[in-house]
Write a protein that binds this ligand. Structure first.
Ligand code: DMJ
Length: 576
């Protein structure tokens, strides 16, 4: 019997048949060898296949490591060039100023590794519920399943959720929903209403939302509506100092301040959070009025004395004097600092006055408000009448992202320091989530008398779907790519989906330390504008809305960097 020709020489060497072996009916030793060899061949073919798959299959298979079972929500959605061309035909008709900016929407424009076409489950649920039960109202009551509004929108029904959600829908590729929203805006969004609205809220949600939608989609209607609304806000600046009122009646143009705000003062975070949108309005319309209004505010602030270098939260628009000496990087102060930094970024780093003002403010904040707790957690307290309150708000948690965003360009080569500070704030804010029963953060938490990052008062234990902690995770992720930020973001997703999701949408909860929380029955418009958008971006490629091309307003609406913006703005110093 010959050895099977199939076997290589080496195989032939192995079995030395013992005498009498030929009497075995099937020469088992030789056969076993051949079987082994075939197995070996199959095994090596399989290994080759695996290697091939790893290197040559599209990258989306690798991205699944972040799916964690909810891939619909979190997988990045950037269309291939072909798909992008097709889908952009659905929503982009015009060409104009936005085109230059659109080119920077997706930096590389054709990255097949991040193609995704799956539905975005949480956004869809929030949107569909609003569409079904609250359409046209400002917000939604997801338990009562009806429309909702608050005094920031006056008694208007201006579809705040529709406008606030536009760019999130667009970025996620929810084109039908985007078109639906656009149609509503074309047919129904009217600002000639007898409603007293918050200038700040309407600016960041409506003007910011409309401008971002315009830049992303190129649809003129969004620009037109943004300008119409801005015209309605201008009378708010008719005060003895030019510091705007907090509220303005859209029909009569009469303005006033909130009764509770330090003897009729205007609020730093409100009048200091108009700059980005107003600069863009001047850029788009050529009307210098918007730019001049916000530059006037900046100039006036620059001339004022600041206690310990800190900006108090209240300023009287009649006298031009500070109100109560209360300084905060959270509510009442927060986005003023954010907009100084972002004014610089948005001007392609040419607005160095804004950068310097930011740097000086942050230096004073670090000196007077930032401390380490006994347990080693870095926190940002509030300055109240000469002493530091060791309490931090959920709102303050945005500052981690701000420090990271401002690290590059900080004075004295302190970039590493500010990135580290951002990481420490992110850690503290994560702790505030982690130390609750629901793994959702309370509205405010203390660092006092043995307490570390926990809420004490009952009325500080709620979570209303706020974005700030996730916003910071996202910025930290962009600058460090430390996987813990995605992990922390994922924890928040799970908690929101478990405790805030109801059949009629998403609701805030009243006590994050209770295993059986009650709902507040409000689906905030910023949940769609910010929380879900930052979560989506956290799990997307950096190529989606790259930070060198886009600056996010305080409501997470991306506005493009205006290259050489200061020089071309009509009404700017350089032009006059
Ligand atoms: C948002 O409307 C904006 O982020 C604003 O600057 C303050 N916070 C709310 C959401 O918490």
């Amino acid at each position: 019997m010959t050895t099977p020709a199939l076997l290589p020489l080496s195989g032939r060497r192995i079995p030395t048949l013992s005498p009498g072996a030929s009497s075995f009916p099937h020469h088992r030793a030789t056969l076993r060898l051949s079987e082994k060899f075939i197995l070996l061949l199959i095994l090596s073919a399989f290994i080759t296949l695996c290697f091939g798959a790893f290197f040559f299959l599209p990258d989306n298979s690798k991205h699944k490591r972040f799916d964690f079972g909810l891939e619909d929500v979190l997988i990045p959605h950037i269309e291939s060039e072909k798909e992008a061309r097709h889908s952009s035909r659905q929503v982009i008709h015009g060409v104009g100023a936005h085109d230059e900016h659109r080119r920077g929407f997706i930096k590389t424009g054709n990255d097949p590794s991040v193609q995704r076409r799956r539905k975005k489950a949480m956004m869809k649920h929030a949107w569909d519920s609003y569409r079904q039960y609250g359409w046209g109202h400002n917000e939604l009551k997801p338990i009562a399943k009806k429309g909702h509004s608050t005094n920031i929108f006056g008694n208007s029904q201006m579809g705040a959720t529709i406008v606030d959600a536009l760019d999130t829908l667009y970025i996620m590729g929810l084109h039908d929903e985007f078109k639906d929203a656009q149609e509503w805006i074309e047919q129904n969004l009217d600002f000639s209403v007898n409603a007293e609205v918050s200038v700040f809220e309407v600016n960041i949600r409506f003007i910011g939302g409309l401008l971002a939608a315009y830049y992303l989609s190129g649809q003129e209607v969004f620009k037109v509506k943004a300008v119409q609304l801005a015209e309605k806000l201008l009378p708010a600046f008719n005060t003895p100092t030019g510091i705007p009122w907090a509220m303005v009646n859209l029909k009569s143009g009469v303005g006033r301040n909130w009764g509770w705000a330090s003897a009729g003062s205007s609020i730093l975070a409100e009048f200091g959070t108009l700059h980005m949108e107003f600069v863009h309005l001047t850029y788009l319309t050529g009307n210098p009025a918007y730019y001049q209004k916000v530059m006037h505010i900046r100039k006036l602030l620059a001339k004022m004395d600041r206690p310990n270098g800190l900006y108090p939260n209240y300023l009287n628009p009649r006298t031009g004097r500070w109100g109560q000496h209360h300084t905060s990087v959270g509510g009442l102060g927060d986005s003023f600092y954010e907009y100084l930094l972002k004014a610089w970024l948005m001007s392609d780093k040419t607005d160095t006055e804004a950068r310097k003002t930011y740097d000086d403010a942050i230096e004073a904040i670090e000196r007077h408000l930032i401390r380490k707790s006994n347990g080693g957690l870095t926190f940002i307290g509030e300055w109240k009448n000469g002493h530091l309150e060791r309490k931090m708000g959920h709102l303050t948690c945005f500052a981690g992202g701000m420090f990271a965003l401002g690290a590059d360009g900080s004075p004295d080569d302190k970039a590493g320091h500010y990135l580290q500070l951002g990481a420490e704030i992110a850690h503290t804010c994560h702790e505030s989530y982690d130390r609750t029963v629901l793994k959702l953060g309370p509205e405010a938490f203390k660092f006092d008398s043995g307490l570390e990052a926990v809420a004490v008062r009952q009325n500080e234990k709620y979570y209303i779907l706020r974005p700030e902690v996730i916003e910071t995770y996202w910025y930290m992720w962009r600058f460090t790519h430390d996987p813990k930020y995605r992990q922390w973001g994922w924890e928040a997703v799970q908690a929101i989906d478990k405790y805030c999701r109801v059949s009629g949408g998403f609701s805030g909860v009243k006590d994050v330390y209770s295993s059986n929380p009650t709902y507040d029955d409000v689906q905030q418009s910023f949940f769609l504008a910010e929380t879900l958008k930052y979560l989506y971006l956290l799990f997307s490629s950096d190529e989606l809305l790259p930070l060198e091309n886009w600056v996010f307003n305080t409501e997470a609406h991306p506005l493009p960097v205006l290259h050489q913006g200061n020089i071309t703005l009509p009404g700017s110093e350089t032009q006059r």
